[in-house]
Design a protein. Structure first.
Length: 367
């Protein structure tokens, strides 16, 4: 058996020096500033559009998960703020290239920020609080004005990363969220839910025309976003009215059903190809918002693809009278990459596309 000294001798002094050099070089790549903002400023940076770009300063990137906190979890977060308990830092990154240059990408903290937005806009009420049970049932508007003002003034600390590329931001997101409430990504889903429909999704996702009409980043390709888009297309097309709240559970359930009960391969391929034909003919930039966009958000893809397919089911051979709605503020709001996945929001953005293509009043879900 080797002695302890002999084991350590396997690493040479040169190797140790090179390892230390690499650590120092990597540290230099991760420059950052620490900032502190009132809650009302953070919320404003997330929801208020800049006049020059028509986009908010803070944004959630496509690679991040949907909002998965329950209302109970969101309520506990608000309770922690009211009790002046320590709140983890928010992590953002200054984007230096592409269509989002100058904006701040939320690397960690999207659920906290979205919870603050929902609370300040009275979208949910506090419930099941343990330390402040007298507040159960309260919306933000139910607090005295003095308490509302104090809440808005409370500050949160933010670490702003400088000159960090997309791959590094993705890796940091994965590291910061290890051990948290994780969604199944497509690699995990494919590993645990293998079957004939899973193989079919892989095949459709490799469609070259689909990828040309719907470009995404290399990072998203590596995380099987094309496969997830295809799965979302079929799941929402067949079952969108059954969708409740959790996207991961909805997709898992649909994938299990199709793997177990079988499907008509030719019909599904024809539906997908017909949808692509329509998008190629009538949407000037395919699924992209503008010709220079390099990555299509999943929400935009699913809204357009499912809306088109539903319209085609009602009116085969459809030729829309107008596509002006595509540039409307309402469609931009409905298909923002950080848009909610509540049942009404999902139905409304799909119906918005379907009904505008059919030239009729949009059927909105008000639940």
């Amino acid at each position: 058996m080797a002695k302890q000294g002999e084991m350590f001798a396997l690493i040479s002094d040169d190797q140790k020096a090179e390892a230390e050099k690499q650590i120092i070089e990597r540290q230099k790549e991760t420059d950052f500033d620490i900032r502190e903002y009132p809650i009302e400023v953070i919320v404003s940076k997330y929801i208020d559009k800049l006049e020059e770009t028509d986009k908010a300063e803070l944004f959630i990137p496509d690679y991040q998960r949907e909002l998965v906190w329950s209302e109970e979890q969101q309520g506990r977060f608000i309770e922690s703020i009211l009790l002046n308990l320590p709140i983890p830092y928010l992590y953002v990154a200054d984007v230096h290239t592409g269509e989002n240059e100058g904006r701040l990408e939320i690397v960690d903290g999207s659920q906290r920020i979205r919870t603050l937005v929902r609370f300040l806009t009275n979208e949910f009420k506090l419930d099941d609080l343990k330390m402040l049970p007298m507040l159960n049932g309260f919306h933000f508007k139910d607090f005295p004005v003095s308490r509302q003002l104090r809440f808005r003034r409370k500050t949160m600390r933010m670490i702003e990363l400088m000159e960090v590329d997309e791959e590094a931001r993705r890796q940091l997101f994965d590291r910061l969220n290890t051990g948290g409430t994780k969604l199944k990504d497509m690699e995990q889903r494919f590993g645990s839910q293998d079957g004939p429909f899973t193989d079919f999704v892989r095949e459709v996702a490799s469609n070259l025309r689909f990828r040309q009409l719907c470009p995404i980043s290399d990072v998203r390709i590596n995380h099987r976003d094309y496969e997830e888009m295809v799965l979302r297309f079929y799941a929402y097309l067949h079952r969108y009215k059954d969708f409740n709240k959790r996207v991961d559970e909805f997709l898992d359930g649909y994938l299990d059903h199709m793997n177990t009960n079988g499907f008509n391969r030719d019909d599904l391929i024809a539906t997908f190809e017909s949808m692509l034909d329509f998008v190629q003919q009538f949407f000037p930039h395919g699924f992209k918002k503008a010709p220079n966009n390099s990555s299509v958000p999943r929400i935009r893809f699913e809204s357009i693809s499912v809306g088109v397919a539903l319209a085609q089911q009602e009116a085969p051979g459809l030729a829309p009278a107008s596509m002006a709605w595509l540039a409307s503020d309402e469609f931009k709001t409905l298909t923002r990459s950080d848009a909610s996945n509540s049942r009404p929001k999902v139905l409304n953005r799909i119906h918005f596309v379907r009904d505008n293509l059919l030239g009729r009043e949009v059927e909105y879900d008000q639940q």
